[in-house]
Design a protein around this ligand. Structure first.
Ligand code: SAM
Ligand code: SF4
Length: 463
């Protein structure tokens, strides 16, 4: 029996996106139907993030807007879940007393019960430990051809800037057979690409097998016929070892892309961040992976303006970016978070200093991203179609195995289809191409790029 509609707004990372699919799955199992607007919905759920401070501000802005809708539709229930709920706990109740349900990161499965209880009075529940691995819950997947698959939750590291361990708890890995079974089922339902999720995928399995099992997992998934692509996020540089690189190189399905977050280029900063690797060790890992997979695309995360960052230390980050020549970088201005060590450190920097460094870094990386893309002009690439281009419906958008976004003229291909596309033009953040006549899936999976624009100075091990 239909109980009305639900609307979910998700903030933050892919893990939250996937948690939202589980929350949606539970709501549908309860008889709610999805809607695309909060207006008129019976349940409006905010799945929150707290990794940086602006996430807090955005949630409370959104709650104010939801309250205005609830005033017009008093039967509507407002639910707040996820990391910010785990962090703020009763503060949500105090700041937004009209919220009906608050649940944290460890008790997603309680949503139906908490919603029922909120018929009587607002219902709030935050647990300290995970009740059940989210994969045990039903999911309403947002895509028919791509799926997020959690391999572990939580994190055992203690990076001094990061609130994740405080709100997501200790690392818990899922058994290999459980993951393989889920992926097998997804493939039978038409999924061709999966992204494996964990805060530190390379320590996956340490809590169940004593040693990391990530490479074994990749080999096991590689056996699944009709699975076309595996991606994963994120490996932690300290745990990224040669067995994972070998598995990446040897497994047909593993894409030629790695996101290896570096955070900073100076050893003193890496120490203060407690990242447990040095600049030199990080560069060795980059060389190792490029040695095994020469055309691999490499992306990263970088924080600018960590407490005490000197101009000289920041310049070491710039020089590391120049040495690695990333395909793309997600750059963040440091944001002090409660429950983290860095928040209490001396040397918090003025906003103008951080902004100026952030812009310098972005300009440097944009130039490198463009040059990395320019190398691809003339190459034929296997592209997995995502759908019509948002700006131009006469074109399709898809991704290469190296995770480069490509726009090309449509031939009516459905999302999830594979096409061979010749790259005609490079831009900083995407490529443009044309379909190679009569070919759908047989582009070489790892090709040698034509070096038409080899203006770049490559680091040791670069293609
Ligand atoms: N587990 C991943 C790793 O170790 O690389 C990172 C996960 S975190 C959700 C994603 C990114 O957010 C981090 O790599 C970092 O660059 C950024 N980040 C985390 N805490 C931050 C903070 N306090 N201020 C700014 N950026 C932050
Ligand atoms: Fe946060 Fe570090 Fe864990 Fe990544 S590895 S989630 S940055 S504590």
């Amino acid at each position: 029996m239909s109980k009305g509609t639900y609307f979910i707004r998700t903030f933050g990372c892919q893990m939250n996106e996937h948690d939202s699919e589980r929350l949606a799955g539970m709501l549908e199992a309860e008889g709610y139907r999805k809607t695309d607007s909060a207006e008129g919905a019976s349940v409006v759920l905010f799945n929150t993030c707290c990794i940086r401070e602006n996430a807090d501000t955005r949630l409370y802005g959104n709650l104010g807007h939801a309250k205005a809708i609830k005033d017009r539709n008093p039967g509507m229930k407002i639910v707040v879940g996820g990391c910010l709920a785990q962090k703020d706990r009763s503060a949500i109740q105090e700041r937004a007393p009209y919220v009906d349900v608050v649940l944290g990161t460890h008790n997603l499965a309680s949503l139906p019960r908490l919603l029922r209880e909120s018929d009587e009075a607002p219902s709030f529940e935050i647990l300290e430990q995970t009740e059940a691995f989210p994969s045990a819950l039903p999911a309403r997947r947002n895509s028919t051809w791509h799926a997020w698959v959690s391999i572990s939750i939580g994190c055992n590291n203690s990076c001094t800037f990061c609130i994740v361990p405080a709100v997501r708890g200790k690392e818990i890995s899922r058994p290999v057979y459980d993951i393989v079974q889920e992926v097998q089922g997804l493939v039978e339902d038409g999924v061709v690409e999966v992204t494996l999720l964990g805060q530190n995928v390379n320590s996956y399995g340490r809590d169940i097998g004593g040693t990391p099992l990530f490479s074994k997992l990749l080999y096991a998934l590689d056996e699944i016929r009709e699975l076309e692509r595996i991606r994963f996020t994120s490996p932690h540089p300290k745990d990224f070892r040669s067995d994972s690189v070998d598995a990446m190189a040897n497994c047909r399905v593993v894409c030629e892309h790695i996101h290896l977050p570096v955070q900073a280029g100076s050893n003193a900063m890496l120490r203060r961040m407690k990242r447990a690797y040095t600049r030199e060790r990080y560069l060795d890992k980059i060389a190792m992976v490029r040695d095994a997979i020469p055309d691999i695309a490499i992306t990263t995360d970088i924080i600018v303006g960590f407490p005490g960052e000197t101009e000289a230390e920041f310049e070491e980050t710039l020089s590391l970016v120049e040495a690695v020549r990333y395909d793309a970088a997600y750059t963040f201005q440091y944001s002090a978070r409660p429950m983290t060590e860095a928040a209490t450190m001396d040397g918090h920097l003025p906003k103008e200093v951080v902004q100026e460094r952030y812009e310098r870094l972005a300009a440097l990386q944009d130039g490198i991203s463009y040059q990395r893309n320019e190398r691809m002009v003339g190459a034929e690439q296997e592209v997995l179609v995502e759908g019509p281009s948002k700006k131009d419906p006469a074109r399709l958008t898809g991704r290469t195995r190296m995770n480069k976004l490509v726009h090309f003229p449509t031939d009516g291909a459905e999302p999830g289809s594979l096409r061979t596309v010749r790259i005609d033009k490079a831009n900083t953040h995407h490529l443009e191409g044309s379909l190679v006549e009569g070919r759908t899936t047989d582009a070489p999976r790892s090709m040698s790029l034509p070096l038409v624009a080899s203006t770049t100075s490559a680091c040791s091990g670069c293609a």
